[in-house]
Design a protein around this ligand. Sequence first.
Ligand code: MTE
Ligand code: MO
Length: 364
Amino acid sequence: MDTSPFTPGAPRDEPAEFSRSELGLANRNSGALLELLDADITPTGTHYLLNHFDVPLIDAGTHALEFTGAFDAPFRLSMAEIMALPAITRPVTLECAGNGRAGMDPRPVSMPWLHEAVGTSEWTGTPLAPLIERARPRASVQDLAFIGADEGFDKGVPHPFGRSLTPQELAELDVMLVWGMNGAPLLPQHGAPLRLIVPGWYGMASVKWLTRVEALEHRYHGFQQVRTYRFRQHEDDAGVPVTRIHVRALMKPPGVPDWFTRARWLRPGRVRLSGRAWSGGGVPIARVEVLLDGAWREATLRPRADTYAWTGWHIDWDATPGAHDLACRATDAEGNTQPLEPPHNLGGFANTAVQRVPVHVADA
Ligand SMILES: Nc1nc2c(c(=O)[nH]1)N[C@H]1C(S)=C(S)[C@@H](COP(=O)(O)O)O[C@H]1N2
Ligand SMILES: [Mo]
């Protein structure tokens, strides 16, 4: 065996009480690899995934997007017609509203994310607003519904995956109709051949496998709009819709891991700690603090690449032998910050409680 300064022997966890269904969801819906957090753009293939139903395989050669409902000039566009529209490419950080869910107590039973449901890709597409204009929504339109090609059941209710935005929201958000990711065509699991990207909002709004945009003269009642993505405290609570991303920082775990527990081992001496921070609605990060030897110290920020892309941060630490509990916490330009203890809601949304990173520093 190679010599090592580390003396692990870290005990394995208690047998987990996660259900087989949660395990199945966790296998299908992979998370980011936190050791790659130094990359401005998450390498394709390590971007997190969240698919409610089955991934449809759609033929881009025959796929069309339909603008239907209360439009005065409804139309359909083939993929070729869409890809001939003025194209823009923007890095946008996408995060699942359920990120952090497994840290809640009691744990809401759903996809059991720890911290890794986030990534930043360069999305290529065209702004959606001019297409909505072209279809001429009637003045009576209250909602624009975006319907995906995937369907299934949740709580016994059959439905396609669909979400909506009001005309007002659409006017305020830089929504993109996207066919490319990091310079390549969208992968099937990320919504090929066409998806929405709603920058600054949690990922559920960025409908994949987009087939239809429907103008409604009433509010949209789709399951994923009215049942799933709401902050609710109890079963009778109508709740508040989940919209913008909440501020969060993550640290690239330093040192090397124990493969099973992922406990970290470091050599003593100076170590550069780094990570990412982001918030919703394009609001910039004002500050990242890192808990080092019991004190919160301010990290150095790197400018973000674009309005909706995450910010890099780093701080140097003189690691001394022994066990240490590191943590990081971001504050955005509106003064929003992260709680030390997890909040709770029935759906398990937006648990932005600070990430704790316990590390062992080897003897000199
Ligand atoms: N059609 C469709 N769109 C969808 C979903 C889905 O299940 N079906 N999942 C949503 C959720 S909850 C998230 S977090 C993002 C995840 O996008 P990604 O898998 O490309 O990271 O897609 C959103 N768009
Ligand atoms: Mo999500």
